[in-house]
Design a protein around this ligand. Structure first.
Ligand SMILES: [Fe+2]
Length: 248
């Protein structure tokens, strides 16, 4: 399994505060079957915006600790960018990290409102050859009220990443219901942990995948956490049209 959305770098955002907590989180990911993961610290105004180069160095530092502790987890570098004007420029200048340096950028929306520039920013990213991957669409109020809002983004060339814990109610019932609806409608391409630590927001991959398998079947569910993330971190083409056929 490859986890493309994870907060594991100690002391950079609302992920683990210490190295020891980061190591506990890494061990729990390995226990859940994850072999490779992209560290995707927040890129927004709430935390210091650490440039891609610094994320890469911090990933290397943590990788050394993982190796030293014989924790078999391979870490890659990325960001989770909050949607805002200028993201395309930030990628061009090398400040903003795509997922393992690929064409794929993990991004998030505002939780309760829709930034008016959303579609324009996505258009600019697509024009640059970037494929935006929307983090946890099931958590946004606008999409909870109308899943066609996500469908419209997919038509712009966006991919969608569901969070495993959402499928088991870790973010409440409204999020859980929306997560199931999006999976059933064929609007999801990847499942990731978005884990922040071993206690608060743990990975929940095993439990989440059980629900996904019930909805999608075993093979389709495996695509979401194995094949599609593998294509993303290897910068391979991932056709948005192969996975958006409604399942039921
Ligand atoms: Fe996140």
């Amino acid at each position: 399994m490859i986890d493309i959305h994870l907060h594991i770098l100690p002391g950079v955002d609302d992920g683990p505060a210490s190295l020891s907590d980061a190591l506990v989180l890494a061990r729990s990911l390995v226990q859940e079957g994850v072999q490779m993961a992209v560290a995707t610290p927040h890129y927004n105004d709430e935390y210091p915006q650490r440039p891609a180069r610094e994320i890469f160095e911090r990933v290397q530092d943590l990788q050394r600790e993982l190796d030293r502790c014989a924790i078999p987890l391979r870490l890659l570098a990325g960001h989770e960018a909050l949607i805002q004007p200028g993201l395309a420029e930030d990628i061009s200048s090398g400040r903003l990290a795509t997922l393992n340096g690929s064409r794929y950028l993990l991004f998030e929306l505002w939780n309760s409102s829709w930034l008016p520039e959303t579609e324009q920013v996505i258009f600019q990213l697509r024009a640059l050859g970037v494929v935006p991957v929307l983090a946890h669409p099931e958590r946004y109020h606008v999409i909870q009220q109308d899943s066609n809002r996500l469908k419209a983004l997919l038509e712009q060339g966006v991919l969608a990443q569901l969070t495993a814990g959402s499928l088991v109610g870790m973010q409440g019932n409204t999020v859980r219901k929306c997560a199931e609806t999006l999976l059933k409608r064929g609007l999801i391409h990847c499942i990731a942990s978005d884990a922040h630590g071993p206690g608060r927001r743990p990975p929940a991959i095993t439990q989440g995948m059980q629900v996904a398998e019930r909805i999608l079947g075993r093979l389709q569910a495996a695509h979401m956490i194995e094949m599609h993330p593998a294509a993303i971190v290897q910068n391979q083409e991932l056709s948005v049209f192969t996975t958006t056929t409604p399942h039921r």
